[in-house]
Design a protein around this ligand. Sequence first.
Ligand code: TMP
Length: 253
Amino acid sequence: MARRKKVYEGKAKILYEGPEPGTLVQYFKDDATAFNAEKRATIEGKGVLNNRLSEFFMSGLNAIGVPTHFIRRLNMREQLIRAVEIIPLEVVVRNVAAGSISKRLGIEEGTALPRPIVEFYFKNDELGDPLVSEEHIIAFGWATQQDLDDMVSLALRVNDFLSGLMLGVGIKLVDFKIEIGRIWDGDYMRLIVADEISPDSCRLWDIETGKKLDKDVFRRDLGNLADAYTEVARRLGVMPGPGTGVTKPTLIN
Ligand code: TMP
């Protein structure tokens, strides 16, 4: 059997060469890491859930005109995506204080922020992904001012879309992280949402009970991670596995 060429392996996903130029196959592993991979586990079914959930969010974004790398899901663990040049920044949007902003600024977790706050972290495992300012980003050439304006605008559109979707199923979108990539159409460059959007990269709290339904369940040892992600998938009508008949988001163009 012909083996596909592995292009990149990260902590939770593997990228393989795609069937056509400009495409890649993104494979979702069951591996979970936290605190820059100091804590590791394999959580059966996580990859299947994140493949489905990322498909659901990204195809919804595509449908409302927020461009993403997602083309189509191929199977339980793989999706076809557009190859992009990843900008080496993690773009975090926060609606409610939690995690590192609470620690850094002494804001109690759960405090609503006066407006959504967009932050940038330099993607560098050796340095532990440090928070950086727009000045750093421009001075070191990771992105231009125009890129930054486009990234903030993309991130806020994703925030509005995801917040609304989650609110509809009784979940508060506390914060999330996205990655953004460049694609070229001839000489014309544009930025699109890449990587994944899943409970690995969001904080999701049940509105009624405050129960955490995201990767903090693993980071903070709060219970079974696959159960939490399954709950998110169930509420959104994105159940994995045969026989459920749900393969497409319920959003219509
Ligand atoms: P933080 O509060 O730890 O800075 O995380 C903010 C958001 O970013 C949270 O939803 C989790 C997500 N995130 C990632 O997706 N990857 C990471 O490596 C980190 C640190 C956070």
